[in-house]
Design a protein around this ligand. Structure first.
Ligand SMILES: Cc1cc2nc3c(=O)[nH]c(=O)nc-3n(C[C@H](O)[C@H](O)[C@H](O)COP(=O)(O)OP(=O)(O)OC[C@H]3O[C@@H](n4cnc5c(N)ncnc54)[C@H](O)[C@@H]3O)c2cc1C
Length: 424
């Protein structure tokens, strides 16, 4: 049996924040995860609360006051969100920007996304100051139609937006984004040739946006490109436009977190799904309360048991395998935690793609301490907390709140798990 003070299950944003929060409180933490999380598919933007009932939110902290009582933010409180954001700010340092009000970040789809934290490489593109923008698409990357995106943005944000598609020099048609990133980072001649192609199209624009392919060191690539535009007589700010998967900014955020977890002494064990657990009555004599005593992972077919003092479940939502469903039930597959849902499966979804879907709010419910609740609203296990998309009660995709909920619930679960360890 492998002992650990805090066992975190799941290596996404929520599990990483829970692990770091607990480790920074002095707990010994082991993080086990089955596979990669959604981080490298995500945009790298940290959305906290961008929309409520379809309306844009400018100040997420003010808007949180009016959310339903069972929304994860209402349950864990804004201090948990502040705690999670402070941790992220500390980890990201000058690589991220943002304050207490949402910024509108242009996307490759030609929309603007209300977000609270965004990579520094994205910052010069934030909409709202009326500066003229040129978007540059890559002819071999069909996911970013720069002309279409620019047409759509031109009508919605202050300042002219134009789009142009160029063929990047020396790239095969099937080149991956990581290949563009490598050339942009390492090859002077490639950067020269690229700016030579684009400079004649700048035509007085103040900034030039590229799909987010600037690699591991976007500050370096931006500076190199800006220097060349300057030399060509077209001084501009260069920025990245977040893309869909595979996302280089999402991968950067994953790597930042991983580096910080290692630095904080968190033991990272990957490729090991949790497959089983054992519990026993808690020692406090309350018949109804139980403690998780053993968590079993599958390591290449071998069952490896952990004996944690505290557990944080951060296995993701319907997308991330943390919540599953059959024809007639929705469930949490490891601890069989209660997941409220309508009896009739026809009520799980509403009409229309953007309807008020019950499935979007599926997830386990937690108390203010982050502990998972049973069907009667009581604590399911004294030492089991849940964080991130496995927690239900909000349509975080519609509200543009997914990362914020992971920060708030992850921070709450991690700090309280560490407190429980320190008090034991
Ligand atoms: C395509 C996409 C785009 C997104 N874009 C944005 C965006 O623009 N802005 C934003 O704020 N958020 C965005 N998000 C949401 C965000 O990336 C996270 O999904 C969200 O914060 C939830 O993270 P999580 O840590 O709870 O879950 P996940 O990221 O899903 O991580 C779950 C982890 O649990 C592990 N796991 C699952 N089951 C087990 C098991 N049995 N045993 C051990 N480990 C297990 C998985 O392997 C994984 O490591 C996006 C998500 C997706 C999918």
């Amino acid at each position: 049996m492998i002992g650990t003070e805090v066992l975190v299950v799941g290596g996404g944003l929520a599990g990483s924040v829970a692990s770091l929060s607990a480790a920074r409180e002095g707990a010994q933490v082991t993080l086990v995860s089955k596979s990669e999380s959604t981080l490298q598919q995500a945009s790298g933007l940290v959305d906290v609360l961008g929309r409520v009932d379809g309306d844009l939110v400018a100040d997420p902290f003010a808007a949180i006051e009016n959310l339903a009582d069972d929304h994860p933010y209402s349950v864990v409180g804004t201090d948990a969100l502040r705690g999670g954001l402070a941790l992220l700010d500390d980890v990201a340092g000058d690589r991220y920007r943002g304050g207490d009000r949402n910024a509108l970040v242009p996307t490759t789809q030609g929309t603007v996304k209300p977000t609270l934290r965004y990579p520094a490489s994205v910052a010069p593109g934030v909409a709202g100051d009326g500066r003229e923008t040129l978007l540059v698409g890559i002819s071999t990357d069909p996911d970013f139609d720069a002309k279409r995106a620019a047409e759509s943005l031109d009508g919605t944000v202050p300042g002219d937006v134009r789009g142009v598609t160029v063929r990047f020099p020396r790239l095969r048609d099937d080149a991956k984004r990581t290949r563009y990133a490598k050339l942009l980072t390492e090859d002077d001649e490639f950067r020269d040739a690229l700016v030579e192609k684009i400079a004649p199209k700048v035509d007085g624009a103040d900034r030039v946006g590229f799909p987010a392919v600037f690699g591991e060191d976007p500050a370096f690539v931006r500076a190199e490109l800006e220097e060349r535009f300057d030399a060509a007589g077209e001084p501009v700010s260069v920025f990245e436009v977040p893309t869909g998967p595979p996302s280089i900014p999402g991968t950067r955020l994953r790597d930042l977190l991983r580096h910080e977890l290692e630095a904080a002494g968190v033991e990272l064990v990957t490729g090991v799904p949790v497959v089983d657990f054992e519990a026993e009555p808690a020692a406090d004599g309350n018949d109804a309360s139980e403690l998780v005593t053993k968590v079993v992972v599958d390591r290449n077919g071998a069952r490896v048991p952990y004996a944690p003092e505290q557990v944080v479940l951060a296995t993701g939502g319907l997308v991330g395998e943390g919540i599953d469903s059959e024809r007639d039930r929705v469930y949490e597959p490891i601890f069989d935690l209660h997941v409220p849902h309508p009896e009739d499966r026809y009520d799980w979804s509403a009409e229309g793609a953007f309807g008020d879907h019950a499935f979007a709010r599926f997830g386990v419910r937690i108390d203010t301490d982050g502990r998972a609740l049973d069907a009667g609203g009581a604590v399911a296990f004294e030492n089991l907390r849940a964080a991130g998309a496995v927690v239900g009660g909000a349509d975080t995709a519609a509200q543009k709140a997914a990362s914020g909920v992971s920060l708030a619930t992850g921070w709450r679960a991690g700090t309280r798990a560490a407190t429980a360890v320190n008090q034991s």
